[in-house]
Ligand binder design. Structure first.
Ligand code: ADP
Length: 669
């Protein structure tokens, strides 16, 4: 008969029960079992044996898994608590016990209300209600330790199906302290002028101060969480890994970074980084303090460029002064050599000296003039000007030069007469410089055109040539002192210091005007346009121009020179005596004051930088001395500018333009 599984199992159960009972009682008596059933029983027992082993295996696995979970629970920093449905503790991990300061056995005698601060107990009924409703609660509690001390804990709690309550508690005292500290620091950092931000170890921004908002343009909310280097498109001076290595090694890093702001501005910052490790030493954050030095860098670059230009200028100046000096030196050698040169040669040599000296004088004048304008010490002597006359004067002055170069100089006068207010001498300088450059930078046979018109309330003077032209990149820099354009092949051996155009520009601007250049580029000629207002702005320092009436015939005057440099004194004396004046000279102020009473001088030329009593004092004393108070006091100075409120009637810079001095003396008598 085929065994029905149920029959089989039923009979087996009976057999097994009996066998187990026998086994349990220790009788181990198998005689009660019919012998024919013994093989089945043995077989069944073997099956049972296997079953038991399997059960054991499962049990072990469950235990192992429980152990594993307990092990895990013991490893975590968070406290894990289990309480029964009444809130009595039934289990807790080690961290939980330590957190509260109880042993597990002690804890098992307590309930949840025992471990929270007294005033927190009021919150418990609500908490239990939420748990019972199946909610997983997450909130902060003030817990009380065994010793009565209180700590802040963050709780995640839930209720199991069997009613037990589980709570996982994290002590957040430190975190709260750090947050409070950070908030304190943040309040301070917001006061800083520097852009400051904090990055976590992933480089994400976790703090962004007020100055960072102003500097970069992103609000705090917009910046938070971004990788700072991506947001700011940081350009590093060295590989980032090296920077991080330095930072980790020394705790600090400093260097210059280039950042791109929200509006696309690119700025350079002086950046200082510091690393801050957290209390547990596991994580870190980087504090970055950035100072925007874009403007400083620009000024530095400008200063360097200016310094470079000045160095170059000094080199050129040395070179340019050497040429006329060499010519003068040679001419003097010829003049003073024996036998004396014939009169034609003599005249030629004298012309060389005169020309070369004039050139040197122009260079030095330009230099001093530029310096004076830069310091705001220039005096504009405004007077009514006739545009046509100004242009004609300038052309007349250049006629000989352009003719010697075979250049054509065309003058276009205004169709109607144009009058305007300007300083005549400065105007001559402005137009003269433009014409001189046009000729200097235009090859032989070239063409220069000077024109003047009135346009609205402005006077326009235009100087155009078909010469060497100006490269586009040079068209702005040529107005900067000492910045000469690209070297030209041809400038007729004339000095080139890069002073003429800056001076022209400054003088134009002093008149309230502008200057502009246009050139198609190298080889395509240039056109300079000066625009002056018909009515130049009044100047504080404006002085009335000395009368421009025709000079009266020269009258011999008594002139005294007070000058400590014997050569200067002697040459001036010769020049004045040749003009018919009677001249006396003194080497210092006191001897001049003492010796002058009987001379009854008409004019006294006084060097300002005298030994002992300076020129200002001498002038003042002269004006208070009866015998000299009517004399005209003329300052003669190399460097010093006229001092406000001094007692001089006129000021001449060294080297003195003798012609102008003689004219002045003539006009004053
Ligand atoms: P300098 O002539 O002594 O060099 P300027 O200040 O007068 O100084 O001129 C500056 C530069 O401008 C010159 O070196 C020259 O390169 C350029 N420049 C001025 N005027 C002209 C012009 N008419 N044609 C071509 N280049 C000119």
């Amino acid at each position: 008969m085929a065994n029905h599984p149920n029959d089989h199992s039923k009979s087996l159960d009976g057999l097994r029960a009996r066998a187990e009972a026998a086994w349990q009682t220790g009788r181990r008596d198998l005689t009660a079992i019919p012998p024919e059933q013994l093989p089945r029983l043995v077989q069944d027992l073997e099956v049972r044996q296997i079953e038991l082993e399997l059960e054991n295996e499962e049990l072990r696995a469950v235990r192992a898994s429980e152990d594993r979970y307990r092990g895990l629970a013991e490893q975590v920093f968070d406290g894990i608590f289990v309480a029964d449905s009444q809130g009595r503790y039934v289990d807790a991990n080690r961290a939980g016990c330590e957190m509260l300061g109880y042993t597990l056995d002690e804890l098992k005698t307590l309930t949840i209300p025992d471990v929270v601060a007294t005033d927190e107990r009021l919150r418990l009924p609500e908490q239990f209600r939420r748990l019972a409703a199946g909610e997983i609660v997450r909130n902060e509690w003030r817990f009380r330790r065994k010793d009565g001390s209180i700590f802040m804990g963050e709780l995640v709690g839930r209720q199991f199906a069997d009613g037990r309550l589980q709570g996982i508690v994290r002590d957040i005292t430190e975190r709260r302290q750090e947050e409070a500290e950070l908030a304190r620091q943040a309040a301070l950092l917001d006061l800083a002028h520097n852009a400051i931000f904090v990055r976590d170890r992933e480089g994400r921004i976790t703090y962004w101060n007020e100055s960072a908002v102003r500097c970069y343009g992103w609000s705090r909310d917009e910046a938070m969480g971004h990788i700072s280097h991506s947001l700011l498109k940081t350009r590093f001076p060295e590989p980032l890994e090296r920077i991080i290595a330095t930072l980790k090694g020394t705790g600090r890093w400093e260097g210059e970074l280039v950042h791109t702001c929200r509006d696309g501005r690119i700025i350079t910052v002086d950046s200082r980084w510091a690393i801050q490790h957290d209390a547990k030493g596991e994580g870190f954050r980087i504090l970055e303090v950035n100072n925007d030095i874009t403007e400083r860098k620009r000024l530095e670059r400008e200063r360097q460029e200016e310094g470079r230009r000045k160095d170059e200028f000094l080199a050129v100046l040395g070179h340019e002064l050497r040429n006329p000096l060499a010519a003068i030196y040679t001419a003097i050698h010829v003049l003073s050599g024996a036998p004396p040169p014939p009169s034609a040669l003599r005249a030629k040599m004298e012309a060389v000296i005169s020309r070369q000296t004039a050139m040197m004088r122009r260079l030095v004048d330009d230099l001093l003039e530029l310096e004076r304008i830069t310091r705001g010490h220039i005096e504009l002597k405004l007077d009514r000007q006739d545009l046509a006359e100004c242009l004609q004067r300038a052309v007349a002055a250049m006629q000989q030069t352009v003719a010697s170069r075979g250049q054509e100089l065309l003058l276009r006068l205004p169709s109607e007469s144009v009058h305007f207010m300007a300083d005549g001498a400065r105007l001559d300088q402005i137009i003269g410089n433009l014409l001189a450059n046009a000729s200097k930078y235009t090859g032989p046979g070239g063409r220069i055109e000077l024109s003047g018109t009135k346009e609205g309330a402005d006077v326009i003077v235009c100087c155009k040539d078909n010469g060497q032209g100006i490269a586009p990149e040079d068209q702005q820099t040529i107005f900067v002192p000492f910045a000469r354009g690209r070297r030209h092949d041809e400038s007729y051996g004339e000095a080139s210091l890069g002073l003429g155009l800056p001076l022209t520009k400054q003088l134009t601007e002093l008149h309230g005007g502008t200057i502009a250049v246009e050139s198609g580029g190298v080889g395509l000629g240039s056109e300079f346009t000066v625009r002056l207002p018909l009515q130049a702005p009044p100047s504080d320092q404006q002085v009335e121009l000395a009368s421009k009436h025709a000079p009266s015939p020269r009258r011999a005057q008594s002139v005294v020179i007070v000058e400590d440099n014997p050569t200067v004194a002697e040459t001036l004396m010769i020049a004045l005596e040749r003009a018919g004046h009677s001249v006396h000279s003194f080497a210092d102020g006191s001897s001049a004051l003492a010796g002058m009473s009987g001379l009854n001088p008409d004019a006294v030329l006084i060097d300002i930088g005298l030994p002992g009593m300076d020129g200002y004092e001498v002038a003042t004393k002269l004006k208070h001395q009866d015998s000299t108070k009517h004399a005209i006091c003329i300052a003669v100075s190399g460097f010093k500018r006229r001092r406000e409120g001094d007692d001089f009637d006129q000021y001449f810079s060294k080297p003195v333009d003798v012609g102008a001095l003689l004219d002045f003396l003539d006009q004053r008598t």
